[in-house]
Design a protein around this ligand. Structure first.
Ligand code: NAP
Length: 257
């Protein structure tokens, strides 16, 4: 166990946590953090091989883990994810909805309808549909965390539709928090730029990377671990009086007042 891991508490002992799109990057890091804090975690993504590798890595850290293939926009695979979780663990305490797609850098007025639909379906609609499946099994005191983006506050011209779906998640957080209270809290994390595969086209370009670093107050990009710390805080009882909120985790990059 690393020095950092030794500082981690055990806030999720006895809890069951599903994290979508969790075989690498931010989702994996959230699953790892929840697992190190005692949760039984359910990891998933589109590819069996990635699921198997993530399960192995988490098991090697002593984490109780189940892996399920789940392409988040596939209704049957969403059902499987929930059913297999409940078959194995009997309940759900935490759902982190992390899957997203950004298939285009076209201008909005030039983006084909099929692409607009796909981004909306994966980034917004699938979160609602997954929670519809999960709702009957969510416990009193349970918690949902959506993963938005700083781009939800400032849609960029080349990723506008992606940004707009991330803005929608801020509203979805408020609406679900109302609907699911008082038994389930719903919050959101809005990460700044984190060098993962998803963001590689930005972070591998030294000029863009430097500009992004300079747009933060802390002079650096975030890490998956930074996002995991925020998501696990919101999912934990330490945040038991927080619902309907979005936590921007972006090193002070401009978001809102
Ligand atoms: P990443 O490192 O590229 O990881 C993406 C993960 O999602 C992989 O495990 C991938 O595995 C899985 N995945 C992709 N499409 C999927 C789908 N349709 N259904 C299910 N699983 C899917 O990405 P990341 O940077 O961690 O991004 C995670 C979240 O953070 C996203 O919601 C993103 O919008 C948000 N975010 C990221 C940044 C950033 O700078 N990285 C900034 C703000 C917000 P498979 O290939 O096996 O499916």
């Amino acid at each position: 166990m690393s020095k950092e891991e030794m500082k981690i508490g055990r806030r999720f002992e006895g809890k069951v946590a599903i994290v979508t799109a969790s075989t690498q990057g931010i989702g994996f890091s959230i699953a790892e953090r929840l697992g190190l804090e005692g949760a039984a975690v359910v990891v998933s993504s589109r590819k069996q091989k990635n699921v198997d590798e993530a399960v192995e890595k988490l098991k090697n850290k002593g984490i109780q883990v189940l892996g399920v293939v789940c392409q988040i926009s596939d209704a049957q695979q969403r059902k499987d994810l929930i059913n297999k979780t409940v078959e194995k663990y009997g309940k759900i305490d935490v759902v982190v909805s992390n899957a997203a797609a950004n298939p285009t850098v076209s201008l909005l007025l030039e983006t084909p309808e099929s692409v607009l639909d796909k981004v909306w379906e994966i980034n917004v609609k699938a979160s609602v549909l997954l929670l519809q499946e999960a709702a009957p099994y969510l416990q009193k005191g349970s918690s949902v965390v959506l993963i938005s983006s700083i781009m939800g506050y400032r849609p960029q011209i080349a990723m506008a539709m992606y940004g707009i779906t991330k803005t929608a998640l801020l509203g979805l957080t408020k609406a679900l928090a109302k609907e699911m209270a008082p038994d389930t809290r719903v919050n959101c994390v809005a990460p700044g730029l984190v060098p993962t595969n998803f963001a590689a086209f930005l972070t591998k370009d030294e000029v863009l990377k430097k500009t992004a670093e300079e747009s933060t107050l802390l002079g650096k990009l975030g890490t998956p671990g930074d996002m995991a710390a925020a998501a696990s805080f919101l999912a934990s009882d330490d945040a038991s009086y927080i619902t309907g909120e979005t936590l921007v985790v972006a090193g002070g990059a401009p978001s809102r007042l």
